[in-house]
Design a protein around this ligand. Structure first.
Ligand code: B12
Length: 212
């Protein structure tokens, strides 16, 4: 059995060896995808602890960097379980982290899961300006655009991106979903997106609903 509290605490305490030990043992027990998603949620909660301690000046930028590396390692261990699916292609997505924001751990988790669900994902990376989204949409004509951002400033950039898509006449044939720690119901409306979530599994469900 996976001890979610222990995992959350180990991530919050930046105990990399302990996180690896817990997750390797978990994966060796052939867990379900649902349980792997619970592990992701526990890691996400652990990262929220890291963020809080950073705000309280108990952790510093170096700790954020280490936390990022730690979580990337954790996702690598979980990926074979999260990504295990043989669905055929159900849709196309352009995905990226908006301009000014360099955070990509959550985006990469969502990408692995939505790919496993059958989406062909064109990941344009981090710190991507409006025109990078617009050009990629023109090129691949996706069903969905996914934007990620965890910084408060990301919300304004998400809105600029939706406005940019509208200006080019591309918005009407698209669904737009935003994710990352900074998104809320209110700023989803402000951005002009169709949906928002801070949970990758929920995001996958929403996107599947759009193309089915
Ligand atoms: C790790 C980390 C970093 C790492 C990032 C490494 C990387 N490769 O991503 C590094 C060290 C680079 C970093 C830098 C900075 N960071 Co930082 N960072 C964090 C931290 C601790 C964790 C973020 C994370 O990975 N969370 C875990 C993931 C799994 O969660 P998530 O992103 O929300 O993703 C989930 C869902 O939201 C969803 N999802 C995500 N994207 C998408 C997209 C779609 C389409 C969908 C459907 C779903 C989806 O799926 C995921 C799984 O469920 C957070 C604290 C926090 N509470 O988040 C601070 C935090 C985000 N950082 C913060 C700050 C201030 C900074 C810096 C300014 C620090 C500095 N002084 O330099 C810089 C900014 C750099 C920049 N321009 O972006 C603040 C932001 C404050 C704000 N409100 O704007 C936070 C909140 C910390 C804090 N409490 O102060 N950071």
């Amino acid at each position: 059995m996976l001890d979610l509290e222990a995992l959350k605490k180990a991530v919050g305490d930046l105990e990399e060896d302990r996180v690896t030990e817990i997750l390797e043992e978990f994966v060796s027990q052939n867990p379900s995808k649902e349980d792997a998603q619970k592990a992701v949620n526990a890691c996400q909660e652990g990262m929220a602890i890291v963020g809080d301690l950073f705000e309280q000046n108990e952790y510093f930028v170096g700790d954020l960097i280490f936390a990022g590396e730690l979580l990337q390692g954790a996702v690598k261990i979980l990926k074979p379980v999260l990504g295990e699916d043989t669905s055929s292609k159900i849709g196309t997505m352009v995905l990226g982290t908006v301009k000014g924001d360099l955070h990509d751990i959550g985006k990469n988790i969502f990408k692995a899961m939505v790919e496993a669900a059958g989406f062909e994902v064109h990941d344009i990376g981090i710190d991507q300006p409006v025109n990078a989204f617009v050009e990629k949409v023109k090129e691949v004509k996706p069903d969905v655009v996914g934007m990620s951002g965890v910084l408060t400033l990301a919300i304004e950039e998400m809105k600029n991106t939706v406005d940019g898509l509208k200006e080019e006449g591309l918005r009407d044939n698209l669904k737009v979903i935003i994710g990352g720690n900074a998104v809320t119901e209110d700023n989803c409306k402000f951005v002009g997106a169709d949906a928002h979530t801070i949970n990758a599994a929920e995001g996958v469900k929403i996107c599947k609903g759009w193309v089915n």
